[in-house]
Design a protein around this ligand. Structure first.
Ligand code: HEC
Length: 155
């Protein structure tokens, strides 16, 4: 039998640690995440200023952040390159977090954070299709993906 005093003492410590972890988690969420999301969106770099690894077929355009292709407002645009023109979709969270119109005149299912992570990391869209290889595949952590979502929520 563990003496009661020790058992209760241990419980208090465990609960205390849990409360601290929860408090830290919620503190580091909102403002910091948006700032990191903006850095990734504009610069394509992580919190340390290191370029996030990505694979793409877009050449020089892929060496910056998302804005180079999706635009500073994230509403998508048409880009003329030496090898032809390509269009990028609107990726504002208010738009893609509910069913949204696609290029083919149909509707694509809404993105949730997990689906968005899949698109960014693996190039699989919300309907399960492969995205064009011009869209880079980014090696992003969960906090980085969530930071980009937080930033896209502000646009
Ligand atoms: C080099 C240009 C380029 C860059 C840089 C780029 N994208 Fe894209 N992205 C595209 C293109 C082109 C598509 C459309 C691909 C398709 O329709 O097959 C796309 C599609 C997407 C989609 C899928 C939207 C949909 O309609 O299903 C998401 C999400 C996305 N991009 C997020 C991002 C994020 C986040 C970043 C930055 C971390 C980023 N992209 C950077 C070119 C780019």
């Amino acid at each position: 039998m563990i003496p009661r005093r020790i058992l209760y003492g241990g419980l208090v410590v465990v609960v205390g640690v849990l409360v601290m972890v929860a408090a830290c988690g919620s503190e580091s969420e909102t403002p910091a995440d948006v700032a990191l999301g903006e850095t990734i969106y504009v610069e394509g770099t992580d919190a340390e200023g290191t370029q996030i690894t990505r694979t793409t077929e877009a050449g020089i355009l892929s060496q910056t952040g998302c804005f180079a292709c999706h635009g500073t407002d994230a509403q998508g645009r048409s880009i003329d390159t030496k090898v032809g023109q390509f269009d990028t979709p609107d990726i504002r969270w208010s738009v893609i977090s509910q069913p949204f119109p696609n290029d083919e005149g149909g509707t694509d299912p809404a993105y949730d954070p997990a689906g968005f992570a899949k698109a960014v990391r693996e190039g699989i869209d919300s309907g399960g299709g492969q995205l064009d290889p011009v869209m880079p595949r980014w090696e992003m952590t969960d906090p980085e993906v969530n930071a980009v979502i937080a930033y896209l929520q502000t646009l």
